[in-house]
Design a protein around this ligand. Sequence first.
Ligand code: SF4
Length: 235
Amino acid sequence: MLSPPELAREVVRRLDALHGRPVWRQRMPPLEELVACILSQHTSDSNSWRAYQRLRERFPSWQAVMDAPTEEVEEAIRPGGLASSKAPRIQAVLRAIAEHNGGALSLDFLQEMDTDSARRYLLGLPGVGPKTAAIVLCFSLGRPVIPVDTHVFRVSWRLGFFDRKVGEAKAHDLLQQIVPKEDIYPFHVHLIRHGRQVCKAQRPRCNQCPLADLCAYRQRTIDAPALAVPEQFAK
Ligand code: SF4
């Protein structure tokens, strides 16, 4: 029986072997990542990206977004849904950053902060919760912080890292302690892909899963003999 950190290592090792090791690259600067993340809430990736692009096209700068009548921001981001709540939130976040940062609309100063301080700062912004903070820290700043989205949560509890009743917020804290630092980014990227392609919410494809012999859910729910480790994953 593997310990949770050993299980995390083995999951990453197998998915690295299958898909290649994910290499971190900055997706966007931190302020852009934060705004994109706010726009991504409760909508599809394609709709939130359209909303983000429209926002950037309609306004020449973050200053212009901050100073615009809220209805104009709302109109620009309408394809992303919940525009009437997201527009004032984006403007409130921009105002808070400008106030903290001597008027400058940038979060580049987070690069100079240690991870805990950067996380605390982000959590202090209006409407920014642990998941949004983790996304900015992980994807924009390259810090070893796990954003727990629906795929990461589902695959993790099925594999047996924690009970699903703990919820996403607590799951973040648990995974943060379990997954070795150097594997955090690959673990996150792999579990999202695995959740989308194999460990689907409704019908997990356990028969095609390279993690099946490790998986607590599989062992509990399938009345089958113990699965052999696929040859390509044997140590
Ligand atoms: S064995 Fe099934 S439930 Fe477990 S990780 Fe694979 S697809 Fe998901």
